[in-house]
Design a protein around this ligand. Structure first.
Ligand code: SAM
Ligand code: SF4
Length: 339
């Protein structure tokens, strides 16, 4: 890496990359393990990393503390499925106590939320994004391979009852599986104050060919919703760091957004870093470049040195992904990054 001068690790300037983007948001994968097997995410016979390769609870807290000292204030816990990680409630509680952390959210399939939503909220979790690709139980089982739609719906209700609001629902749209179901999902926003976001499927590793064969562009999804439910009105004042461009149906309580990572990437306003479950800092979701934090931590390298190395690595966060040029990330599947 080039030796461009960098702010000291304790600098209040925080983590700023070579393009002047301020990185304040860290997505932490707690595990690569999941209780579902969504077709676009991983194969049914997926093998997971040995437990010893993953960050321990203490290592997660130590790394998040370092990142908070560097200016990260928003944390999203993800997976695999974060709720299957043992001690997830305690991990949330510890992160909530770290000085500088202002916001903790989670992305989850909601299967375990009926028992976990309340304790997670009490521990300091603020919000959840819940994955839900269809309201048809048969198709839900087909897409997730193992899932029971009723459990997810119960999880959504539990999250709302626990005050984990606003509820955001993520639907990955895949041709031949659920592209027609977007209408029923969008209709939910008429009655419920939920924010539903339709996501273009992205290609990773061994699942890349499949993903590329089923991708549905946001433009098509939007047109399908408007044809069935009427015009979608853009909501003014959109935060450019939010990848979902938000709209509302006339009279609706909730909103509808489109995350068009493939057709209209939002790299210019990207403020994210990702920490994989084995303690690697991934600089861009769709690029393989990573920086190992866990190995030096386990080797006893002083925290201040690791912080400086993080600043140095993050400085070289790439501008954007290379999908238009045919560059596909190959080193990991989505369950090993967390979205
Ligand atoms: N298990 C949790 C869940 O499903 O919400 C968290 C991890 S999951 C990897 C995070 C998000 O990535 C989910 O909303 C999921 O639908 C989405 N996802 C998984 N594979 C994807 C792919 N190939 N392209 C786009 N989104 C994907
Ligand atoms: Fe599991 Fe989430 Fe991947 Fe589905 S998308 S298999 S719920 S990690």
């Amino acid at each position: 890496m080039a030796s461009t001068p960098l702010p000291p690790a304790s600098s209040p300037a925080g983590i700023i990359d070579q393009f002047g983007r301020r990185l304040t948001y860290l997505r932490v994968s707690l595990t690569d393990v999941c209780n579902l097997r969504c077709i676009y995410c991983m194969p049914e016979d997926m093998t997971f990393r040995p437990r010893a390769e993953l960050m321990s609870d203490e290592e997660i807290i130590t790394i998040v503390r370092m990142m908070a000292a560097l200016g990260i204030y928003k944390i999203r816990l993800t997976g695999g499925e974060p709720t299957v990680r043992p001690h997830v409630v305690e991990i949330v509680r510890q992160i909530a106590r770290i000085p500088g952390i202002r916001d903790i959210a989670m992305t989850t399939n909601a299967i375990l939320l009926p028992q976990l939503a309340e304790p997670l909220a009490r521990a300091g979790l603020k919000r959840v994004n819940i994955s839900l690709d269809t309201l048809n139980p048969r198709k839900f089982k087909f897409i997730t391979r193992w899932g029971d739609l009723d459990k997810v719906l119960a999880g959504i209700e539990a999250a709302e009852a626990a005050g984990l609001k606003p509820i955001k629902l993520n639907a990955v749209v895949t041709r031949g599986f659920n592209e027609e179901d977007v209408v029923d999902l969008a209709r939910l926003t008429l009655e419920r104050a939920w924010d539903i976001r339709f996501i273009e499927v992205m290609p990773f590793g061994s699942e890349a060919d499949f993903a590329q064969s089923v991708v549905v562009r946001s433009q098509e999804t939007k047109a399908r919703i408007e044809a069935a439910l009427g015009p979608l009105h853009p909501i003014p004042g959109h935060d450019p760091r939010d990848p979902a461009r938000p709209y509302r149906l006339a009279g609706a309580r909730g909103t509808i957004g489109f995350i068009s990572s493939v057709s209209e990437p939002f790299c210019e306003s990207c403020n994210r870093l990702r920490l994989t479950a084995e303690g690697k800092l991934r600089l861009c979701l769709l690029r393989d470049g990573e920086f190992d934090i866990l190995t030096p931590l386990r080797a006893g390298q002083p925290v201040e040195e690791i912080k400086r190395a993080i600043l140095d690595a993050a400085y070289y966060k790439p501008w954007g992904h290379g999908l238009p040029d045919g560059v596909i990330p190959t080193s990991r599947l989505m369950n090993q990054i967390g979205g």
